[in-house]
Design a protein around this ligand. Structure first.
Ligand SMILES: [Zn+2]
Length: 107
């Protein structure tokens, strides 16, 4: 339960620290990182607190991380500044999400 709570708390702390007073919009974009947990629907059971997500679920794999990094690099060249920022905030959220999932593999 603490693990899931941290998925909400860490992006909140980052958003409040970096984007005040417009923190809530970027906070919601970072929460959009939960979309990569859709790959849990392919697993049986869908959620297993003892399982390490990193490397097990397709959107938590090394290939997925490489894809996120490629999108991050290409996002710097997107013509729309607002969409570039949204994408980068979402990717930051995905990075925090994967970091918390990786922490869960050690404890
Ligand atoms: Zn996850």
């Amino acid at each position: 339960m603490l693990h899931i709570a941290l998925h909400f708390i860490l992006p909140l702390v980052v958003a409040l620290a970096v984007w005040r007073p417009q923190w809530w919009r970027n906070y919601l974009w970072m929460l959009g990182a939960f979309i990569i947990d859709l790959d849990h629907l392919l697993a049986d059971p869908i959620y297993d607190p003892e399982r390490c997500s990193i490397g097990f679920h397709p959107l938590h794999s090394t290939y997925a991380v490489m894809f996120y990094l490629v999108v991050l690099v290409f996002s710097w060249f997107w013509p729309s500044i607002s969409w570039r920022q949204r994408a980068q905030v979402l990717l930051l959220g995905i990075g925090l999400h994967l970091f918390l999932d990786a922490l869960d593999c050690f404890f």
